[in-house]
Each structure stands twice: as C-alpha cells, then as structure tokens.
Design a binder for this molecule. Structure first.
Ligand code: B12
Ligand code: SF4
Length: 676
C-alpha cells in the first residue's frame, strides 16, 4: 500500500508509532475522509533547540475547572522545553481544589455558578486567606529553584489571586520577569495599572512565548511593560506543534485522573453574535491522522482512556472528525471522548454511529434557544428541527447530549423562552445534561456588544446590567426567567442515571405538587399571548409580573393539574447571582390549576430600585484584537476602527442624565381566576 500522508508523517514531531500493519490499517480507514493537509497559509512555529540560561516556571491559579491537567500550560511547556529552556509548571488551581474541603467556608468555590466568588472583593473577603499559604509556598519555591521567568495563565475568574501572586513575586524578587497570557488577555489585557507584568501576551502563545524568552535569555531587557499581540490573521499550524507535555503534572490530582485534554482545531467556523471566543483566533483544524496518533500514544504508553477535546467545536470540519473516528475504530483502542459541538444537519444517523463506535459518549452542544427567531437573531445557522434530529440520532446510538442554554438573550421574550422550555420537555429523554447558564451577559468582544443598539439594547446599564430600549428585558425579569427555567429543569424527568444541571438549589425558590407526578406529555410548540397582566405602572413592571407565565402554562400542558408557590427574596438572589442578576426584588407567587384548566393566581411583587441605578456602558471603544475583529463583522465598513466620537458620547450622556430620573420601583398584587 502506498504511503498516504507523507507530509504529516515527516513533519509531525512525535510520529514514533511504526508503520506496521495496524498503522496502515488506520491510515486506510482515515484516508477517504481526511486530507493530507487540511488548510493552507498556516504558520509553523520554529523551535530551535539550543543551550539556554533561563529557567521558566508556569502557573495556573484558581478558579478553573479541576478536571484535567492544564492543556495550555502543557502545550507551552512542550514548545519551550523543545527550544532548550529548563521549564516547570505548577497547577495551583488543582492543589487548592484538593485542599479546599478543609477551608472554613459555606460554599463550594469550584461550583460552576460560583466563579464570581473569586472576583473582586469577594475573593479577598472569603478566599485569599486560604489561598495565601499555598501561594507563599510556591513563591518560596521560585526563589529556591532560582527561576528567572514566571508565566501565568490569565482567566477572568483567576485575576485576583494571579495579580496578588505576580505582584508579590515582583516586590520580593524584582529581577524575575513575569509574563501573562491566556483568554483574559484577549478581551481585557492587564495594563499599566498592573506594572508587575513585564510581558502581556494576547493570542496563541506558542510563538510569542518563544519570542519573549529569547529576548530575556539574550539579555534584551526593558523596564517598560510590553504587550505582544498575535499577528492579525495568523493561524498556527497545529499539526507541526509538539504534542502537549503532561510530564509536570500528577494526573491523580485531577477529577478525571485517567483523562487528558486535546484539540482537533482552534477557532470556530461560525460567528454567533454573542460569542467572544470565535474572535480569538481564526479557524484551522488538525489532520485526523495526527490526532489519532497522539491519542493512540497516550493510550498505549500512559493508559489514558478518556479525552476531552477542548475545541470551540469538535465538528468544525466534519470530514476530518469522521476520519478521526474511523481511525480510532481501526486502531481498536478503547477510549471515551467528548467535546463541544454545533448542532449540524449534515450529521446524520450514520455519522453518529461512527462517532459512537470511536468512543464519543457525549457531545456538549451550544443549543442556546428553542426559538427559531432567537436562533436566527443569534446567527446560530441551525433550526429547531435540526437540533431535535441531532438529539434524537445521538440518543439512538449512545452519544449523549449535554446542552448549554442562554436564558435572557436580548431578543428573547416570554414566547421565546416558552419555546426553549418546550424543546426541553419534548426532548427530555435525549438530553442528559441541561446547563441553564447564568443568564445572558454581554462580553465586550462580540458582534452583539459592538453594535448592541441593533439588538435593541440601551447604551446605558440598569443596576450594572444591560437593559433593552423598551425596558422589557431587564435584569429583574431575567432573574425570574432564570429561576423559572431552572424550576422547569428540576421538574423535568431525564434519562435514568443522568441529571438536570440546575445551577442552584431551586427547592429554595419553589414548592410544587402535581396531581399526577408521573405524567409527562410530549407537547407541540404553540404561540401563546403571555401579556396577561397589565399593571398600568410601566413596561418594566409588566415584564416582571408576567415573567412566570411560560413556566405555568408549560407545566400545565405537560403535567396537567398542579399547585405551585414561588418565592423570591433579595437575600436569595443576591447571594445566588451576585451583582449579575441580584436585586432588591421580593415576590411571592401562588398558582393552582385543575386538570381541566381552571386556574387561580395570587401574586405579590415589590421591587426597590438601587440608588444610582443608571450607569454609562459602552464597549464600542474596546481596543483588544478580538473586539476589533468583532467590530469588523458588527459594523461592516468600519474595518474594525473605533467608531466612537465626543459628539456621540455627549448624546449618550444626555440620554443617561434623563434616565437618572427614571425610577422603576413598584409594588403590585394580582389576584385572579381564569380558564385555559
Ligand atoms: C474547554 C473550555 C472549558 C472547559 C474546561 C475544561 C477543563 N479545564 O477541564 C469547561 C467546560 C470546564 C469550561 C468552563 C468555563 N469556561 Co471555558 N472554555 C473552554 C475553551 C472552549 C477552551 C479552553 C482551552 O483550553 N483552549 C485551548 C488552549 C490551547 O487555549 P488557551 O487556554 O487560550 O491557551 C492559549 C493562549 O491563551 C495562550 N496562553 C494561555 N496561558 C498562557 C500563559 C502564558 C504565560 C502565555 C505566554 C500564553 C498563554 O497560549 C495558549 C496556547 O496557544 C475556551 C474557549 C477557547 N476556545 O479557548 C473557553 C473559555 C476559557 N471559558 C470561558 C468561560 C467564561 C468559562 C466559564 C466561566 C463558563 C461559565 N459561565 O460557566 C466556565 C468556568 C470554568 C471554571 N471557572 O472553572 C472563557 C474565559 C473568558 C476569559 N476572559 O477568561 C473562554 C475563553 C470562552 C469565552 N467564551 O470567552 N470551559
Ligand atoms: S457559540 Fe460556539 S458555535 Fe457559535 S461562534 Fe461561538 S464557539 Fe462557534
């Protein structure tokens, strides 16, 4: 048989698996689907191994998921060690996670909805005293090991401890150079107010870290902070990068000790308007053969049998992914794998069969909404029918569906959230995890926030969060929407051995008694008028008092008669959501409906607006590379340049001054009987 992939086989750094019969069988299986080189115009990172003087130590601080050894550090380690540097890495996140059960706190700091606890004042009030001894220990190690360069991976939720540790290192050992890179450097790179960072790296790190280290190693030292941005449009060639080096991590410390992360691709083929990560870097994939070889080696040499692919989407290139599946099947290794995916109508039942046979046990879909209108507004490029078909086919062959949802998108109203809830109850047995999210927030580097007026948002914020121009989508009704969405999840049965992923304890918010608890009907999508209550107070008040109806209506259609009480008090929501969706809202809603639709509602609401509720918020001046890329798409013709001017600013500020007189505080009671 002819050699099928000569280019990849020769340039890929660790092709150590001999071309025996099995390997040829694998290549034969991959060949009909994959290409020898999937894209053109990729940048190869040049790694020159020479003797270096500098010793490097990389760190990851909390909070980050303690599931697997940090892939980004393992990737960077492989590159810098390949170039001859002595390097080590410490995952302080996992070390803290392993210790935290001893900490005297009444919340789980690693729970998916508690990452805000690591931010701002909350970190210093509750967590710093626990983190400090661990950080001190490793600051000492930096001194003991005579480290010259320290690198940190920066996320929005690990800034506080990272800033603290970096500033302490600088204070105590000013000669040590400190670099910082990672996702938070794309959107809000730290600036001169954080002078302890000598180098700030924004974008893919493999080439830039070599540049920085070369500078330091050859003695080119500057006392000024230096920002490095990846060359616009550059895409590093993943096939020619060395595989991640996990040798500095103890896999037994992690939640999945038998697993690692890997990647098929970087970037995303879609441009959903709310998404920032699609603007980090341009899409390019990795050859299927390279990925199969890496995973096979990890399996055979290290016993790794679980792989979580970290891609924004594993199915950006359907052919290469299928090639990977065919290759793994031919290799006969028994792994399980998972990753994020887009729903895609091109994935038919046969496609799902191949994925399942290769060990894919679950895909994590960004479903976001069950409303075709909202999906179009989001530019998801997928319809509700296609989503349902993927879920169904996956369930048939055992590729389970983890689903991620956006509750409270700007163009989502009660009808649209009703459709999302309907999709969930219709497909409950095909969904194994339903992650309701934290409510839609507006990251700066998205198409939406670079032209947010197009999506009906006001330039100003209301109580630290976005609000639509008609005031009907605001953080107060969104909190109720998120709570009712989670109440629905809590009361929706899913498959045996799987669970609803409510981010918080919904039993605190509601009690419900169904006349027939086991009933769960599959209902059709319907259009329903949820403007049931008119308070005659304000559109804001109407949005709040009517927010509960989609849940009430759907529960009735799916489960028949029931009685429910929903309670919201400021303490709960402020503690649960922090500033994000917490507010001074008190509400008590009681609703009873009989099996034939006779209902009775008793609702009380009291909302007190904060002082200084209105603030100016404008992302159009963001200068990060990802914000610029988002702006190119949000404002065609702008070429990404900032469209801001003093004249526009003055108009916005005048509007803000007028808004400052608007007070939405209200009290309202509603008692009524009706018939559905
Ligand atoms: C996989 C993933 C997850 C997984 C993590 C899996 C795991 N750890 O086991 C899970 C599902 C747990 C997860 C959860 C969340 N995630 Co997430 N996640 C990702 C994702 C898709 C991939 C991350 C990744 O590893 N990429 C591949 C590596 C190679 O890229 P990288 O980490 O950026 O590293 C490169 C560069 O940044 C740079 N670099 C990194 N570190 C350093 C250090 C130095 C010194 C240098 C020089 C360079 C450098 O070089 C690296 C190699 O090129 C990213 C988006 C993306 N496509 O990157 C989001 C992302 C990291 N997640 C994000 C968020 C917001 C979350 C959540 C908070 C979501 C939520 N609301 O629940 C949670 C919270 C996680 C937590 N607190 O624990 C944001 C972070 C935003 C920010 N500014 O920090 C991202 C960027 C997505 C986004 N929408 O913007 N996530
Ligand atoms: S949300 Fe997912 S599919 Fe959409 S652009 Fe972002 S990464 Fe891609």
């Amino acid at each position: 048989m002819k050699k099928i992939f000569p280019i990849i086989a020769e340039t890929s750094p660790k092709q150590e698996i001999p071309l025996d019969d099995k390997h040829l069988k694998i290549m034969e299986a991959i060949f009909p689907y994959a290409k020898p080189k999937s894209q053109k115009n990729l940048t190869t990172v040049t790694i020159n191994k020479v003797t270096r003087n500098s010793k490097v130590m990389l760190f990851l601080l909390p909070e980050w998921a303690p599931n697997f050894a940090p892939y980004n550090l393992a990737r960077l380690l492989a590159v810098i060690k390949g170039a001859g540097y002595q390097a080590d890495a410490v995952d302080l996140n996992v070390k803290a996670w392993n210790e935290h059960t001893e900490w005297d706190i009444d919340f789980d700091p690693w729970h998916g909805s508690k990452e805000w606890r690591w931010m701002g004042r909350s970190y210093h009030e509750h967590l710093h005293e626990h983190m400090r001894p661990l950080m001190e220990k490793y600051i000492q190690k930096i001194e003991d090991d005579k480290i010259d360069v320290v690198g940190f991976s920066y996320y929005y939720c690990n800034q506080e401890p990272t800033d603290w540790m970096a500033s302490e290192i600088k204070k105590r050992y000013p000669h040590i150079k400190i670099l910082v890179g990672g996702p938070q450097c794309h959107a809000f790179p730290p600036g001169e107010d954080k002078p302890y960072y000598d180098y700030i790296v924004s974008g893919e790190g493999e080439e830039m870290i070599l540049q920085v280290l070369e500078e330091i190693d050859t003695g080119i030292l500057s006392n000024k902070q230096k920002q490095l941005r990846q060359v616009e449009g550059q895409r590093l060639d993943l096939d020619t990068l060395p595989w991640a080096d996990y040798s500095h991590f103890d896999l037994s410390e992690y939640r999945f000790p038998n697993g690692v992360n890997a990647e098929f691709s970087r970037g995303c083929t879609a441009k959903c308007v709310f998404c920032s990560e699609t603007h980090f870097w341009k899409y390019r994939g990795r050859g299927a053969l390279n990925t199969v070889n890496e995973i096979t080696k990890l399996y055979l040499n290290y016993g790794v049998d679980y792989v979580w692919f970290l891609d924004s989407l594993v199915n950006g290139n359907l052919n290469e992914l299928r090639g990977f599946c065919k290759g793994i099947i031919a290799s006969e290794i028994k792994i399980k794998w998972t990753g994020y995916a887009r729903c895609n109508k091109k994935m038919d039942l046969d496609y799902f069969k191949d994925m399942a046979a290769s060990g894919c046990h679950m895909l994590s879909y960004g479903i976001e909404s069950g409303s075709n209108k909202v999906l179009v507004d989001m530019d998801k490029m997928v319809t509700v029918d296609e989503i349902e078909e993927n879920l169904y086919n996956g369930a048939l062959v055992g590729v389970e569906a983890h689903s991620n949802w956006i509750v409270g998108f700007p163009t989502e109203g009660p009808q649209e959230i009703y459709e999302s809830m309907t999709l969930i109850t219709r497909n409950n047995l095909y969904l194994n995890i339903i992650a309701g999210g934290h409510g839609f927030t507006e990251p700066p580097d998205t198409i939406l926030s670079q032209n947010n007026e197009k999506f009906g948002l006001l330039k100003s914020y209301f109580q630290s969060n976005w609000i639509t121009k008609d005031f009907k989508n605001n953080k107060v009704n969104r909190a109720i929407r998120l709570i009712t969405f989670n109440i629905l999840l809590y009361n929706t049965p899913t498959k045996k051995s799987v669970y609803n992923f409510a981010n918080f304890d919904t039993t605190k918010y509601h009690t419900v008694k169904f006349n027939n608890p086991d009933r769960h009907d599959k209902v059709e999508y319907e259009i329903f008028d949820f403007n049931i209550i008119d308070t005659n107070i304000s559109p804001f008040a109407n949005s709040v008092v009517n927010e509960v109806w989609p849940l009430l209506r759907l529960l009735y259609r799916v489960k028949g008669g029931y009685e429910i009480t929903i309670k919201i008090i400021p303490d709960y929501i402020n503690n649960e959501f922090g500033n994000r969706l917490g507010s001074n809202l008190t509400s008590d809603m009681h609703f009873v409906i009989t099996h034939d639709g006779a209902w009775s509602a008793n609702f009380d609401f009291k909302f007190k607006q904060d002082e200084n509720a209105w603030t100016y918020q404008d992302y159009s001046r963001e200068t990060s590379a990802s914000a610029k890329r988002a702006r190119i798409l949000a404002l065609p013709g702008s070429q990404g340049e900032i469209q801001w001017s003093w004249d526009k600013y003055k108009i916005d500020i005048e509007k803000l001054e007028q808004l400052k007189n608007v007070d939405f505080s209200f009290e309202y009671s509603y008692t009524k009987d009706g018939k559905w």
